[in-house]
Structures are given as C-alpha cells and as structure tokens.
Design a protein around this ligand. Structure first.
Ligand code: 5RP
Length: 223
C-alpha cells in the first residue's frame, strides 16, 4: 500500500468514528494537512449529520466549504465533542509533533476546545522518541533572531521556513537536532520564550484516540 492509500483508509475510519460518536447536529473540529484533506473529502458523505465544523486553517476552511459543510467561528462555539487531525510524529504516550503544514497554532487552539482529539496518521508517523521530524515553532516576525538564539541555547538547530507566512501573519522556525525525552517539559519551556506564539509539541494536550493506518488495516487505540 502507498502512503496515500494508508491515509485514505485512515480517513474513512475517521469518518466512521465521527458518524458513530458525534452527537447528531454536533460541532466537529477539523485539522490541516494531506491526511485531513482525505478526511474532509470523506466527511462530505455524512455532512447532514454535522451541525457545523471549526477549521484549523484557511485551507481547511475552503475545502470544507467546497463540500458544502458549514464552517463556524470558534468564538461562536461553546462545546465541540471531537477534533480530527493528522500528525508529523506521535509517540506511545500520544504526544505529537504537529505543524508540518504550518497550522500548529490554530490546530492547538481548536484542539483545546474539543473533548476528544482523534489523531489520524499512517504507521510511518509512530515513533519511539520524537524529534527526527523538525519541530515547528511559530514566531512573531520581529522576534525571529532572538527566538532562534534562545532555541540554540536549548540545544536545537532552528531553521527559518523560507517563503512561508502562517495564517496568523507569523513565521515558522523548524527546529532540527532534537531528541525529545520530555515532550511536556519542552513544550512548556519553548512557550516561555518571548516572541514564541506556540510550538508544535502537542503533549500537554495530546491525542485521546489514535487511528493508525497500517498495511494490515486501521488500528484503533485509546489513551
Ligand atoms: C499541519 C499539521 C499536519 O497535521 C501534519 O503536518 C501532518 O500532515 P500530513 O497529514 O500531510 O502528513 O500539523 O500543520
């Protein structure tokens, strides 16, 4: 199976999860990226069950609306039972690195509101120790050089994502060379650097359910 076939299979499994667990007319949070895109396309088939969706990026908003799915402003939503999103890496404790697509801040905000975070990814994303995938950090543009120096002091090698601006008008530093033994600690430490908007470690609020696409089928596990 190709990686795209695994993503497609996991997207179908996520659609079934939503059909089963989202209360009729409930609000669904929707992530960003290629796996999330497969999921959005699958979601179109059950859109009548969904009261509305909250998008974690402008790209996701456009794709949802393209399928005729109503997109709500998060500020108008008081409860969201499920958030579905991909990951760049996930470990056995369901901590994740996210932000490969640069949507980490809005993803983290939407995930914070949701009761259940359902992570959808192919088996290549499951790792013992995170950090091989460069950790994205969203930074206020004027703080870029200062934040980069502070990250170097912590042992990381930050690299500016060239030509990329987030939906919030900020820049991304991709931090290489990390071996993340303490995801919660590093998440908190990075967020303390002035000028950091947020970082792509989702450890304090990790996933609750993992739908993992493998050549032997989609495996479901819960934290
Ligand atoms: C975007 C993300 C994505 O969930 C992550 O990059 C995984 O993407 P893909 O499904 O394309 O592999 O965090 O900001």
């Amino acid at each position: 199976m190709t990686q795209d076939e695994l993503k497609q299979a996991v997207a179908r499994a996520a659609r079934d999860y939503v059909a089963q667990h989202l209360p009729a007319g409930g609000i669904l949070g929707v992530g960003t990226g290629s796996t999330a895109n497969f999921f959005i396309d699958e979601l179109a088939g059950i859109k009548d069950r969904i009261g509305g969706a909250v998008a974690s990026s402008e790209a996701t908003k456009q794709r949802l609306e393209g399928h005729g799915i109503r997109v709500l402003d998060l500020n108008d939503v008081t409860a969201m039972s499920i958030y579905v999103d991909g990951a760049d890496e996930i470990d056995a404790g369901f901590s994740m690195i996210k932000g490969g697509g640069g949507a980490l801040t809005r993803e983290k905000i939407v995930a914070a509101v949701a009761q259940t975070f359902v992570c959808i990814c192919d088996a290549s994303k499951l790792v013992d120790v995170m950090g091989k995938f460069p950790l994205p950090v969203e930074v206020i543009p004027m703080a870029r050089a200062y934040v980069a120096r502070e990250i170097e002091r912590l042992g990381g090698k930050p690299k500016l994502r060239e030509g990329f601006v987030t939906d919030n008008g900020n820049v991304i530093l991709d931090v290489h060379g990390l071996s993340i033994a303490d995801p919660k600690g590093l998440e908190a430490r990075l967020n303390q650097i002035v000028g950091v908007v947020t970082n792509g470690l989702f450890a304090q609020r990790g996933a609750d359910v993992l739908l993992l696409g493998t050549p032997d089928g989609v495996k479901t596990s819960k934290r």
